[in-house]
Design a protein around this ligand. Sequence first.
Ligand code: SF4
Length: 272
Amino acid sequence: MGTENHIGTIFNIQRFAIHDGPGIRTTVFFKGCQLRCWWCHNPESHKTLPEKIDGCNLRRGFDQTFTLNKDDVGKEFTIDELIYEILKDRIFYDESSGGVTFSGGEPLMQSEFLCELLNECKSTGIHTTVDTSGFVSSKIIKVAAINTDLFLYDLKIMSDDLHQKYTGVSNQLILKNLIELDQLNKKIILRIPIVPELTDTNENLFAIRGFVSYLKNVIEVDLLPYHRAGEGKYIKYGKENKMKETESPDVQHLENIKQFFSELNCKIKIGG
Ligand code: SF4
């Protein structure tokens, strides 16, 4: 294929994904993230390099042809190897207006590898989506945007102090990049984690709605209710789970939030 010799570290590949953008998709999960959100249900994604974790069985999404040792999380791929995997389901993308989604972790942390992949996908006519926290240099996200059809963009907490407290980083760059993507007319689906008492406060939801009302290219807002699915991973990794007393929000409460956001001029959805 004549690609550059970039190598990327991937911790999962999920086929037939239907919640990560339009149609049927293959979602590729990149390892590495600079945030440490309290509610993260993919703590195995945080470190960029492959790692060994005792007793880990988190690679079920990988195609059977990949052989990983029982305790490995993450595998290195060349561009050609990953494109080969992505193209296997091409017929389903074509029939469902689907494509490929690059998620993580934070896919833009491996930006050269990601940009090369995006370029290859676009040159073969595959719809591309990038799922990002937005915490990346403006220069990098703009380069990635050239071959990205759709962004899934997290918007978590508008107070910078609280954002730093609950994710470990400032939100200033994240908000700046979101505004710039909007100005570039990139299509954006915003993803708001609904986490009791952290993101789900009247003050925060009001601030998010006000901010989003000025954006022109947000086609959908997804409300992602906190769930406890990641709990077992924290136990397995011996990591502190700061959310272990927290319950998922109830259905009626989520409907109320959906109603609250319905003033925005776009689709509002509960779930991804
Ligand atoms: S940005 Fe996503 S992957 Fe990174 S810590 Fe937060 S929830 Fe986890």
